[in-house]
Design a protein around this ligand. Sequence first.
Ligand SMILES: [Zn+2]
Length: 110
Amino acid sequence: MDKANKTKKIKEINANFKEQYKDVADKTVEELGLSKETAWDFYNKVLTLLDKLGCSDKREKPISRKVLDGMGIPEDVANQFLRLCEYHGGICDCKICMYAGEVLKDEPTE
Ligand SMILES: [Zn+2]
């Protein structure tokens, strides 16, 4: 594949990715129905569990699911939130923590 074709291919992949996640792309957690405090609470809980259990590297994100469930977050909100995390690179539990800054922006100020 020559360079021009490669660039074209990358552009196509990026466009497909954006298209696939367009329901959540560029949304904030508040727009999905989660407060920033709740989102940070989620993040801290996931970090604690990751420390104990380690990441399964699974796209199903078992730790994140468990935490969201334990916090009583409705399933549709949880699904959207995890899609938003994926959009920002959070494809497994540890990557969610790695990219949390992009998803959650700033930590809430007291
Ligand atoms: Zn991982």
